[in-house]
Design a protein around this ligand. Structure first.
Ligand code: XIL
Length: 444
């Protein structure tokens, strides 16, 4: 019994030992995570120690670097992606009317790209209301209406003198003074035109109840008028500001025939030649003489033929340039327009964009100023101006300047078609940034 008891005790003891050993080995299995980590740390420490201590091979160093580079690249990549996303977001989310204007103005942008004259048309209202904007953006002005025949020809004085008399009203002098004070150059606009021209100039004694005068009388009146105009500008100290003059405006119909007007009816088809002949005779050399027209892309070859016919007896050209009004629509083909500018330039004459505005849609169907349509307009301005700059660079065109026909939609003669660079609240439009060659904000 005693022996059995001892055996039992021994068995229990062995079993207990086994349990303890089992428990220990179980613990060992649970620990290894920590141990392994510690071991790894130790290994890492050792290896970095080794790198430091042994100043280890470049290979290892560069491997480290590679590792670093990879990491850096990954970081950079992810940063770049973030930046791209941010840039895209900015482009998509900007509010065009709140963007700052281009530093140096449109004139700065054009000057840097070889376009000398950057203009707008002015009147008494805009020089008071938008003076700063005009001064910042343009270096040239055209009087919108105040140098047209109806503004500068004086019936009372003509009757008294028995000659067609030029007499600028005060408002014209005020505009000229403003231009002078602000170092603007001036495009003269315009001498011989069917529109905004008083009818009394064509009648005997300047009286519309009497018969029309004969050709010689009308030619004499034309000569006197053109002569006095340049003399007056000279006498009053304005002549140096003028660099270009629209001698004849809009004489060609879209079908190529000469437009009916009393100039043409009385003098004959060569009234244009005579106008240039007199302008060439009386204008100082520095003022370049232009034929100016609209829808020029529909009558290109007729305008070219007219320009080439304006030569004196010795074959010298009486005309210096062709003015393209560019009263366009977003639906008009830029490609076709560029072909016209190329054809005009191929004559060797200077070419100027003299009255650009780009209405929304087409003349048959004017579109509303929705964001989409205004973006299209911004792109149009960008593309057209860019095409001109590029064509000039490759000598396909000789466009020396661009004049916008007004400073904002609110003061445009086509305000119902939103054609200009600033909106009714005088906020910049996509078209402003397009015209100023800031593609990112031009509606693209
Ligand atoms: C426009 C003016 O902008 C308007 O204020 C005026 O009522 C009519 O004439 N071609 C020309 C410009 O040569 O003189 C015209 O200007 C627009 C068309």
């Amino acid at each position: 019994m005693k022996r059995r008891f001892r055996l039992l005790i021994l068995t229990v003891a062995i079993l207990s030992l086994l349990i303890v050993i089992g428990g220990c080995s179980k613990k060992e299995k649970e620990i290894p995570n920590d141990v392994d980590n510690n071991i790894e740390e130790v290994v890492d420490d050792t290896s970095s120690d080794e790198v430091e201590k042994n100043d280890l091979a470049d290979e290892n160093f560069s491997k480290e670097n590679e590792k670093d580079e990879v990491n850096t690249d990954e970081i950079n990549d992810s940063k770049t992606e973030e930046e791209i996303v941010e840039v895209e977001e900015v482009v998509e989310e900007y509010v065009v009317g709140e963007l700052p204007l281009i530093e140096g103005g449109i004139k700065g942008v054009y000057d840097a790209r070889g376009l000398k004259n950057t203009g707008t048309c002015i009147n008494g209202f805009v020089i008071k209301t938008f003076a700063d904007n005009i001064i910042d953006n343009y270096n040239s002005v055209t009087m919108e209406n105040d140098m047209k025949p109806e503004a500068i020809l004086d019936q009372t004085k003509s009757v008294a003198a028995g000659d067609l008399i030029v007499n600028y009203p005060d408002r014209t002098f005020e505009l000229l003074d403003w231009a002078k004070e602000n170092n603007m150059q001036v495009r003269g606009h315009t001498l011989v035109w069917h529109s905004q021209t008083p009818q009394w100039i064509f009648y005997e004694d300047f009286d519309t109840k009497k018969p029309l005068v004969d050709r010689d009388t009308m030619l004499a009146r034309m000569e006197s008028y053109i002569k006095q105009n340049f003399e007056l500008l000279e006498e009053r100290g304005y002549i140096d500001m003028f660099y270009a003059y629209d001698v004849v405006n809009e004489a060609v119909e879209d079908n190529g025939t000469l437009r009916n007007s009393l100039w043409k009816a009385i003098i004959g088809d060569d009234y244009i030649w005579h106008a240039f002949y007199y302008a060439d005779k009386y204008a100082p050399e520095h003022i370049k003489l232009y034929y100016n027209d609209y829808n020029e892309q529909f009558k290109t070859e007729h305008v070219v033929a007219l320009a080439e016919s304006l030569k004196d007896e010795d074959g010298r050209s009486l005309i210096d340039g062709i003015g393209c009004q560019a009263h366009l629509y977003t639906g008009d083909s830029i490609f076709k327009y560029m072909k016209t500018l190329e054809a005009f330039s191929a004559t060797g004459l200077d070419v100027q964009i003299t009255e650009i505005d780009v209405s929304l849609g087409s003349w048959q169907k004017v579109l509303e100023p929705t964001d989409e349509n205004l973006r299209t307009q911004g792109q149009y301005y960008y593309d057209l101006v860019n095409s001109i700059i590029e064509a000039n660079k490759s000598a396909k065109t000789n466009v020396s300047g661009i004049t916008f026909w007004g400073v904002s939609d609110g003061v445009s003669w086509r305000r119902d078609r939103s054609p200009l660079l600033f909106d009714l609240d005088f906020k910049p439009k996509y078209s402003y940034f397009g015209a100023a060659q800031d593609k990112d904000h031009s509606g693209y």
